[in-house]
Design a protein around this ligand. Structure first.
Ligand SMILES: [Mg+2]
Length: 293
């Protein structure tokens, strides 16, 4: 039976009900694409909240603060507090707090991460003799000068640590377009220096869920991670014992999803995000059979 949602989507409020205690939603490609809300997203979040589910947003995009994302979601019709948004920026700062407190940092990043590191007590520097930590990130102002500073710091002086905010290759935009993300910056630095990142934050790093669980008390066994990317969203769920739901409105198309080996496959497959409210027996069984085919 094809997984076309038009034939089996039911009006929210009748059969629609929550199946998990906590819902973690990726943002780009899952809740919205660029500046456009994806179909059913606002109604889904509203329905889940009305049923006392905990709804959190988990993004690997470090170019904006949790408050920026809360504002964007609220503008799009999903009223959200910054306390319900976790980004790779949050994960990065948590790691610095635990492993490099007060470090002198060279962030190859946009301003929100710089601001967060300063607020955490770090000193920002581009002097290779002083830098303790190079943080690579999704940085649309990345240039040869920044690459040179990273090279001098990691290769010439060779004492600093090297980490990255998130593993994503690109950020999806509408119409199949996108922007190079953090992995591109990491690759340039590693190609020049031969130095690999010692840690990459955000999804699928299990430490990211530990941060979220410590603040919210969520139980992975009753949590679903909903996202559009196999290598981050689904892998995150698999690494931490959460149920995974792959939605086909972003990076991953249906053919790719169905070709995924069982060891990397999602638990659930959704045409659009509000398929989550379908009666469990129907959607779950179909999704599992098709993904494993
Ligand atoms: Mg995404």
């Amino acid at each position: 039976m094809p997984l076309t949602s038009t034939t089996r989507r039911e009006a929210p409020g009748r059969a629609a009900r929550r199946h998990f205690d906590t819902y973690l939603f990726d943002l780009d490609g899952t809740i919205y694409l660029g500046t456009d809300l994806l179909p059913g997203a606002a109604e889904l979040v509203s329905t889940l909240r009305a049923q006392s589910a905990r709804v959190l947003f988990v993004s690997n995009n470090p170019t904006r603060s949790p408050q920026d994302y809360a504002d964007k979601l609220t503008r799009l019709g999903i009223p959200t507090s910054h306390e319900d948004v976790y980004t790779s920026l949050v994960a990065t700062v948590a790691w610095v707090r635990a492993h490099a407190p007060g470090a002198t940092v060279f962030p190859i990043s946009e301003q929100p991460l710089v601001d967060a590191l300063v607020a955490e007590g770090c000193t920002i520097s581009d002097d290779p003799e002083k830098i303790d930590l190079v943080v690579a990130s999704y940085d649309r102002s990345f240039d040869y000068r920044k690459l040179q500073v990273a090279f001098d710091t990691l290769f010439v002086h060779g004492r600093a640590r090297f980490v990255a905010t998130n593993p994503d290759r690109f950020c999806p935009f509408p119409g199949g377009r996108g922007e190079p993300d953090c992995a591109s910056v990491v690759a340039a630095i590693t190609a020049a220096t031969g130095v690999a990142c010692e840690a990459v934050f955000g999804k699928p790093d299990p430490a990211f869920l530990e941060i979220i669980a410590a603040e919210t008390g969520l139980d992975p066994a009753t949590t679903v991670m909903v996202g559009d990317r196999l290598s981050t969203d689904v892998a995150f769920a698999r690494a931490t014992g959460m149920t995974s739901a792959l939605v086909l409105t972003g990076e991953t198309d249906r053919a790719t999803a169905l070709r995924t080996p069982a060891a990397q496959a999602p638990t659930l497959l959704l045409e659009r995000v509000d398929d989550l409210l379908q009666p469990a027996g129907h959607l779950w069984d179909v999704a599992r059979r098709e993904v494993r085919a």
